[in-house]
Design a protein around this ligand. Structure first.
Ligand code: MTE
Ligand code: MO
Length: 352
């Protein structure tokens, strides 16, 4: 773990203390308690003044302005959804892209309650020629020398999927301030950046959105002048609850030789997880873990492996595969923004 933190600057440290990850032992919960769920906020948590209205406008026949009461009186859906930041794993890249320096903890699964966005769009009635829907948050800042509100768009066909929610509850309580109070978008299966928090405006567009978070941020590039492919759905990943007990500074794990039950979670936004494998010889030999049913169609599943731990110092690896045939790589694939690094987790273990 030492290499990941080399030369970390005060700017990255500031981001790291504002934006916390989910301690990996919290993988034990089907639903992550709100206080343990990872948090990522680009700018400041905005002041959610009273009288919040959600505007639905742009290229529509009937613009809407909805109060929270209006939204709560509409059809209500509750879905467990695994959220992961597209930058999860960034700090393992070399050279490290300077941004929020996540190791592997930028994930969580909560039960989100809200009303389907499709119903709102249907009522507003997109005009002919509508191609995308833009979501605007109430938070403002400067990024890439552009002053902006946090804004992201979705293709219209994705926006009207039945599982896309305008959510007002997390795990049965009103959204906490850091998770978007009073309203946020939930786009099951997509990386975190799509789930716009502090949602105040939904705008139907007849041209693709070319704002910062769409055209410059969240694109897979190897050089700044490349347009790059957009980041969209979660690539498969598995994580284990680090076994045994940790050393305070290095977090190296200490376990007793013999049977050690390894447990973790796996997820993918491309399709259901089909297998998880464990290795303790650097990824030469893989051993299949048992899978639990997923917590929901857009949420992680549990896995379990009874390991006969041999004495010595080693590295435990786990690797997920999904229905599309996507498999986690052994080594990170570098890109400018440090996105989508779903290389296998490696946990250093001393077996005594
Ligand atoms: N308005 C707004 N929405 C936002 C963000 C933000 O900075 N502002 N961050 C995005 C990113 S990059 C991620 S990973 C998720 C994090 O959601 P969480 O903090 O609820 O886990 O929110 C997304 N939605
Ligand atoms: Mo993110």
């Amino acid at each position: 773990m030492a290499e990941a933190s080399q030369g970390i600057g005060a700017d990255e440290l500031q981001l790291a203390t504002r934006n916390h990850g989910m301690p990996l032992e919290a993988l034990r919960f089907d639903l992550t308690p709100a206080g343990l769920h990872y948090v990522l906020v680009h700018y400041d948590i905005p002041d959610a003044a009273r009288g919040w209205r959600l505007e639905v406008g742009g290229a529509v026949r009937s613009p809407l302005a909805l109060s929270l009461e209006d939204l709560r009186s509409r059809p209500r859906t509750t879905l467990p959804v695994t959220l992961e930041c597209a930058g999860n794993g960034r700090a393992f890249l070399d050279p490290r892209p300077i941004s929020q320096p996540w190791l592997l903890e930028a994930v969580g699964t909560a039960e989100w309650t809200g009303t389907p966005l499709s119903g709102l769009l249907e009522e507003a009635s997109p005009a002919d020629g509508a191609v995308e829907v833009l979501f605007t948050g109430a938070d403002r800042g400067i990024e890439g020398e552009e002053e902006q509100e946090y804004e992201r768009s979705l293709p219209l066909a994705e926006a009207v999927r039945p599982e896309v929610l305008v959510a007002y509850e997390m795990n049965g309580d009103p959204l906490p301030p850091q998770h978007g109070f009073p309203l946020r978008l939930i786009v099951p299966g997509w990386y975190g950046m799509a789930h716009v928090k502090w949602l105040r405006k939904v705008t139907v567009l007849t041209e693709p959105f070319a704002g910062y978070q769409q055209a410059r941020g969240y694109r897979m590039r190897s050089a700044p002048d490349e347009p790059g492919e957009p980041v969209t759905r979660l690539l498969p990943r598995s994580l284990m609850i680090p076994p045994g007990i940790p050393d305070f500074m290095t977090r190296t794990r200490y376990v007793e030789a013999g049977t050690v039950v390894l447990r973790g979670r796996a997820w993918s936004g491309l399709g259901p997880i089909t297998r998880v494998d464990v290795s303790w010889d650097g990824g030469w030999g893989w051993h299949e873990a048992a899978l639990d049913p997923p917590v929901g169609p857009f949420a992680w599943c549990g896995w379990r492996f009874e390991w006969d731990a041999p004495r010595g110092e080693l590295e435990l690896l786990c690797r997920a595969s999904d229905e599309t045939g996507a498999v986690q790589p052994l080594h990170p694939r570098w890109n400018l923004g440090g996105y989508q690094n779903n290389a296998v987790q490696r946990v250093r273990v001393v077996v005594r």
